[in-house]
Design a protein around this ligand. Structure first.
Ligand SMILES: Cc1ncc(C[n+]2csc(CCOP(=O)(O)OP(=O)(O)O)c2C)c(N)n1
Length: 357
């Protein structure tokens, strides 16, 4: 008997801007000079924030931090493609996406300083709280997207995931659900080549992360994650599709984590310096800069101004963070239950009593 091919699959790779800042005009998304400048300024701000947050942790002024460095195009490019009304489900490494999504800098620092009030979304945008457990936010994103579909709201949910997270059952089952119910969900995977010390090829035998979606019946695409135009275009296309009711998309941003996994990690123990040096040449920020210079949108004076502006915003944010009055300890009793169970109520009342003394 001859075997019959019943289905063939392919995964495409998309790059709009190469390492030298040259753009494929046939693929280039429609962006005004103003929008390109906004992309650049946001990436500069994210980089300045990231460096500052790292040094604040080293000085004991925040508790822990996971750097974005190298992944700015993936985060800023995708976040800026969304509308405020859309939903974002961030992970611990999503500070760049959150800043692009109007989360105030003092709030982001507040969270990493151990104060959960920093997770509160500004009212004009829909930012969900950061998920520290790997991959769980994927379920929340699909649930919210399904709700939005049922209500006929035309909003999309975009969830940020690492490459490692896509091996987790909650991530895979939520992708299955998204495929079955055709939810308006975008799975934005930042494939930064490592899950802590585990390299990508030791996480899965699959050649791409994008192809995971194929098993669940929807499109997956791999994009150059250091190319902000490529990421923006892929996200815009996925948004348009989702708003038309045509279901989910997985976007694998092929990128690299230039920093350690976290402030408790030392990546030198498992990565060759040569590898990092190669990826430094693909820095997403420098790439956009090259493009803007060639287009006459950026010169040294503009760059200096952008850097100074970002520094000022970050310093102001740090000051506001450090001058925020501490939270009320009674809050820890208040928000878990709509109605406090008797045992908790008892503890709460005893706490209030002790405070009077
Ligand atoms: C459920 C769960 N298991 C384990 C961890 C510990 N942990 C934190 S980050 C991480 C690796 C995740 O890698 P990846 O999804 O690729 O994201 P990246 O940190 O590289 O951005 C692990 C295992 C966790 N936070 N949550």
């Amino acid at each position: 008997m001859v075997k019959k091919i019943i289905r063939e699959f392919s995964v495409s790779y998309q790059q709009v801007m190469d390492e030298h800042g040259n753009v494929d005009s046939a693929l280039m998304p429609k962006l005004s000079k103003q929008q390109i400048k906004q992309m650049y300024k946001t990436m500069v701000l994210v980089r300045a924030f990231d460096n500052k947050a790292f040094s604040l942790q080293r000085q004991g002024r925040i508790g822990t931090y996971l750097q974005v460095k190298g992944q700015e195009a993936a985060q800023v490019g995708s976040a800026l493609a969304l509308e405020d009304k859309d939903w974002v489900f961030p992970m611990y490494r999503s500070s760049g996406a959150l800043i692009a999504r109007k989360q105030p800098i003092p709030a982001v620092l507040l969270y990493w300083g151990g104060d959960e009030r920093g997770l509160k979304s500004p009212l004009e945008v829909n930012n969900f709280p950061i998920a520290i457990p790997v991959g769980t936010q994927s379920l929340h994103a699909v649930g919210a997207a399904w709700a939005s579909k049922i209500k006929g709201e035309k909003t999309v949910s975009l969830v940020y995931l690492g490459d490692g997270a896509t091996s987790k059952e909650d991530c895979l089952s939520s992708m299955n659900f998204a495929g079955v119910f055709q939810t308006p969900t975008i799975f934005l995977v930042e494939n930064n080549q490592y899950a802590i010390s585990v390299p990508r090829n030791a996480q899965t035998r699959a050649e791409t992360i994008a192809q995971r979606s194929l098993a669940f019946g929807f499109e997956g695409i791999q994009v150059d994650g250091n190319d902000i135009f490529g990421v923006y275009k892929a996200t815009k296309d996925a948004i348009e599709k989702a708003r038309k009711g045509l279901g989910p998309t997985l976007i694998e941003c092929f990128t690299y984590r230039l920093a350690d996994h976290s402030t408790s990690d030392d990546a030198k123990r498992y990565r060759a310096e040569q590898e990092v040096a190669e990826w430094l040449k693909k820095d997403p920020l420098e790439r956009l800069e090259k493009y803007m210079r060639a287009q006459g949108i950026l010169d040294d004076a503009y760059k200096e101004k952008a850097l100074a502006g970002a520094k000022e915003k970050v310093e102001k944010g740090v000051e506001e963070y450090e001058n925020t009055p501490p939270p009320d300890p009674a809050d820890m009793f208040r928000y878990m239950f709509k109605e406090m169970p008797p045992s908790l109520k008892e503890q709460y009342e005893s706490f209030l009593e002790s405070r009077k003394k």
